[in-house]
Structure formats: structure tokens, C-alpha cells
Design a protein around this ligand. Structure first.
Ligand SMILES: NC(=O)c1ccc[n+]([C@@H]2O[C@H](COP(=O)([O-])OP(=O)(O)OC[C@H]3O[C@@H](n4cnc5c(N)ncnc54)[C@H](OP(=O)(O)O)[C@@H]3O)[C@@H](O)[C@H]2O)c1
Length: 274
């Protein structure tokens, strides 16, 4: 029997890297996507790891990279849509190229990976496996903080895509779930801030000094990415996994806020910026 395989996008750092290592320890064959030629050292030496090179915005490149999985012939039992960017900025000033990039990566990239891998997942189902798609969403897929509106919109879209695709694939025995982390100790916020100058030289400039402590607090107070990797493993293997797993400290608080009337949410989510 060939080793079952998992594809995970964005293994260069953060949740993707920790999850790839976790799945390798659990004896899966892991196909992990990177954008450049640099594969993290922890992964490159592993015999059960195969790097695939593509940007999720490049459908043709994804398709070419998937040839490797098709040729290897291992059953693809899971696809983890993890690649993502978080670009902060006011709706009024974030440049078109930046908000488009937010959606190109987090939403359209995820759609392309789902569409192109589904034939492999159907084939695994035909061989008796229970294939899964795990979309990495966010607490921002249910609550919208100011200045993270485009990121949040992209994650709301991921939630809708997850629910719709799960319902469409139900008759075919392929499950689709979301794992929604809250703040997690990864470089994502720092990377996102580097991508934008939307706070510079405008009426929102005074907020910049407040964002840095927020980034630091998210990194310091965030959960260990291993907790997210554990939730992803559960999503891949539980006989009936939760369709939505929120992984964060003070989960109760996020749930309570998301049930509040919108005007109360306004007060809660803007208090940092008053
Ligand atoms: N960290 C958090 O607090 C948090 C909270 C909620 C949800 N999430 C979600 O968790 C997922 C992973 O993020 P992370 O926190 O682990 O951040 P990260 O360390 O920055 O990882 C993001 C990964 O996505 C890759 N990526 C970015 N743009 C890409 C593109 N166009 N094509 C292919 N790959 C691309 C990155 O590759 P490069 O190195 O090449 O850029 C990197 O490997 C994201 O979907 C994020 O929205 C994170």
C-alpha cells in the first residue's frame, strides 16, 4: 500500500511549517508548497517530504506542480489550504493592488487549489479513503476588526467557500472543514505590515504607533502553532470532524463578541484605537 499523502500550501514558515513537520511525524507523505527554491531545512532532509513550487495565484504553476503527485501515484487524502497573507490598512487608503492581492492569495488561490486537486481527492475516495479539504480560516472569518477589513473579508469568504463546498461534495464522500486560528505565534502580521504604506501621510497616520504593539501582542499572546497543527490533524482524521474549529486563547470571549449586537461589537473592537 502506498503511503497516503497530504498537500499543504505555504510551508515556508508558521502554521504550514509546523503542520508539515507534525504530519511527517505521523507518517504521511507530505507535499508542501513553497514559492521560491528555498525549502526550510527542517523539511528538506525528510524522505517523506516533497516540495512543490508554486504561487497560489498562478493556476498554471499549481497544475504543473500537481503532475508530481499524479506521477507518484500516492493517494491524496488531504489538502490543507494554509497559504495566506494579512495586509492591514484602512479601507479608505489601502491601494488597489494590495486589496486585490489579499483576495488573490487568500480566496482565489484557495479556489484554484481546490479545483485542481479535487480530481485527485475523488480518485482517493474511489480507492476507499475519506479525503478531506481543510481550509485555514481565522477568527477574522467571523469578527471584523478595524484596519483588518480586507483580511477579514477574505476569511469570511473562506468560511462561505468551506460551507458551500462541503455541501456540494457531501454526496461524493469528500469532507471540507475550516480550522480558524485566533492570534498565533507566526511571522504573518509582521510580513503583512511590510506590504503596505496605507497608514502613511494620511488621516490614519496616528494609528501606526498603535499597530506595532498590537503586532507584538498578537505574537506574544498568541497560541503555539502546534495547537493549530493538532486541530488540523483532528480535522483530517476524526471520523466526524467539526466543520469549524476555533483555536485561540479566550475562545469564549470571541464567541460571546460574535453573538453581540453589531453596535456593541463596534465598541469592543475599536476600544484599542480610542
Ligand atoms: N498567525 C496568526 O495569528 C493567524 C491567525 C488566523 C489565521 N491565520 C492563517 O494561517 C495561515 C498561515 O499563516 P501563518 O500565520 O502561518 O503565516 P506565515 O508564517 O506568514 O505563513 C504563510 C504562508 O503562506 C505562504 N504564502 C503567502 N503568499 C503566498 C502565495 N501567493 N502563494 C503561495 N504561498 C503563499 C507564505 O510563503 P512565503 O514565505 O513565500 O511568503 C507562508 O509559507 C494563513 O492563511 C493565515 O491567514 C494565521
Amino acid at each position: 500500500m502506498p503511503t497516503p499523502a497530504i498537500l499543504i500550501t505555504g510551508v515556508s514558515s508558521g502554521i504550514g511549517l509546523v503542520t508539515a513537520l507534525d504530519l511527517l511525524r505521523r507518517d504521511y507523505h507530505v507535499y508542501g508548497s513553497v514559492r521560491g527554491t528555498e525549502v526550510p531545512e527542517e523539511l528538506s532532509g525528510h524522505s517523506n517530504f516533497t516540495p512543490l513550487t508554486f504561487d497560489v495565484r498562478d493556476r498554471e504553476a499549481i497544475n504543473v506542480a500537481l503532475d508530481r503527485i499524479r506521477e507518484d501515484g500516492r493517494p491524496l487524502v488531504g489538502v490543507i489550504n494554509n497559504a495566506g497573507v494579512a495586509i492591514p490598512g484602512p479601507v479608505e487608503t489601502l491601494a488597489e493592488a494590495e486589496y486585490r492581492r489579499q483576495f488573490e492569495v487568500n480566496v482565489f488561490g484557495l479556489i484554484a487549489v481546490c479545483q485542481l486537486t479535487l480530481p485527485l481527492l475523488h480518485a482517493a475516495r474511489d480507492q476507499g479513503y475519506s479525503p478531506r479539504i481543510v481550509n485555514i480560516s481565522s477568527v477574522s472569518g467571523s469578527l471584523t476588526a478595524p484596519y483588518m477589513t480586507f483580511y477579514s473579508s477574505s476569511k469570511f469568504a473562506v468560511e462561505a467557500l468551506t460551507d458551500g463546498l462541503r455541501r456540494e461534495l457531501l454526496p461524493f464522500g469528500i469532507d471540507v472543514v475550516s480550522v480558524a486560528p485566533g492570534p498565533t505565534k507566526t511571522p504573518i502580521w509582521r510580513k503583512g505590515s511590510e506590504l503596505t504604506d496605507a497608514f502613511e501621510g494620511n488621516r490614519y497616520s496616528h494609528l501606526l504607533p498603535q499597530l506595532e504593539p498590537y503586532t507584538q501582542a498578537a505574537e506574544r499572546g498568541g497560541v503555539d502553532p502546534q495547537l493549530v497543527a493538532d486541530a488540523i490533524h483532528a480535522a483530517l482524521t476524526d471520523p466526524k470532524p467539526s466543520a469549524y474549529a476555533l483555536i485561540m486563547n479566550k475562545r469564549w470571549l470571541a464567541r460571546a463578541v460574535s453573538k453581540m449586537p453589531k453596535r456593541w461589537q463596534d465598541r469592543f473592537l475599536t476600544k484599542r484605537y480610542r
